[in-house]
Design a protein around this ligand. Structure first.
Ligand code: SF4
Ligand code: SF4
Length: 249
C-alpha cells in the first residue's frame, strides 16, 4: 500500500467535501482501473436500460490479472486524452444514483477481509482514506464520521450485496478436478456478471428438474434481479465448491 496516498482513518473521522464548485470537480473520474462487482453491474445496466450482454460489451472488459483465479470485470475508460469514465460529464456523474460502490465510498477505501479459516459470514472491514493530490476535498471544512459518510453515500446496501460475492471470490476452497476448472470459471462469469444469461439458463433448460426450488423462490428469481443475484451466489457456492446451498432432486 502506498503510504503517501493511503492513510489510516484515525478516530474514524475525517474532513472532506465534494461539490460542483470545487476546482477539481470530476478529476477523480478518469484513468480508473475499476473492478465492478455483480451488484455494481446490476445497478448500472438497469439504470442504462441495457441487457447484461449489452452492458458488458459496451462498457467493460474482462481482466484475468486482478485475481489469482477468478476473472474480474473492469469498467472501460473512454479512449480520450484523459481516459475519462464513460459516465462523466462536466456536470458530474450521469448515473450518480447507481454509480459503483467504489465511487460511492471514495475518498474512503475499504479492504474487505475474509476469514476463510472460520468460514464465517462476516468479512472484516478495514477502512482507510485515499488522499490523492488532485483531490482538493480534504481542504474543505466539513467534518464526517465514517458512519455518517457511509450512510450519506448509500454504501451499506452495496456492501451487503457485495460481501456475499466477496466471500466466494475470497474463498480458498479448491475447484475440484483440473478438467472441470475451465467450465467452472465460465459458470462463475455468467452467474456473477451476466444475470440475464443466468436467468435464461435457469428457465430455458431443465435446471428445475434437477434442483429443488420452491415456487415462491422460483417466482422471485424470475421477477426480481436482486433475488436472482442471491440465488446465483448460492448456485456458485454449490457448483464451484460443492457447498450444500441447494438441494438436488
Ligand atoms: S461511474 Fe460516475 S462517479 Fe464513478 S467514475 Fe464514472 S462518472 Fe465518476
Ligand atoms: S477529486 Fe475529490 S473533491 Fe474533486 S471531485 Fe473528485 S472526489 Fe470531489
Amino acid at each position: 500500500m502506498n503510504d503517501e496516498i493511503f492513510r489510516p482513518l484515525t478516530g474514524n473521522t475525517f474532513q472532506f467535501s465534494c461539490h460542483k464548485g470545487i476546482s477539481c470537480f470530476t478529476e477523480c473520474c478518469a484513468k480508473l482501473r475499476l473492478a465492478l462487482t455483480p451488484y455494481d453491474i446490476l445497478r448500472m445496466k438497469n439504470r442504462l436500460g441495457l441487457s447484461s450482454d449489452q452492458f458488458l460489451d459496451n462498457y467493460t472488459e474482462t481482466d484475468l490479472t486482478l485475481h489469482w483465479r477468478f476473472p474480474m470485470v473492469r469498467l472501460n475508460m473512454r479512449d480520450d486524452e484523459k481516459r475519462t469514465c464513460p459516465f462523466v460529464t462536466p456536470d458530474g456523474c450521469t448515473i450518480y444514483e447507481d454509480r459503483p460502490g467504489a465511487c460511492r465510498l471514495y475518498p474512503v477505501g475499504r479492504a474487505a477481509r475474509l476469514d476463510n479459516a472460520a468460514d464465517d459470514d462476516n468479512p472484516r472491514d478495514k477502512f482507510f482514506l485515499v488522499t490523492e493530490s488532485h483531490c482538493l476535498g480534504f481542504h474543505e471544512e466539513r467534518p464526517w464520521t465514517l458512519e455518517e459518510w457511509l450512510n450519506h453515500e448509500g454504501v451499506s446496501k452495496y456492501n451487503a450485496m457485495n460481501d456475499k460475492w466477496l466471500k466466494i471470490v475470497g474463498s480458498k476452497k479448491g475447484l475440484g478436478p483440473q478438467e472441470l476448472i475451465q467450465k467452472k470459471l465460465q459458470v462463475f462469469f455468467i452467474a456473477s456478471y451476466n444475470l440475464d444469461k443466468f436467468r435464461s439458463f435457469l428457465f430455458q433448460g431443465r435446471f428445475f428438474d434437477r434442483v429443488a426450488v420452491d415456487q415462491g423462490t422460483k417466482q422471485a428469481i424470475k421477477d426480481d434481479d436482486e433475488a436472482l443475484m442471491d440465488f446465483a451466489l448460492d448456485w456458485l457456492k454449490f457448483s464451484l465448491f460443492g457447498e450444500k446451498t441447494l438441494t438436488t432432486r
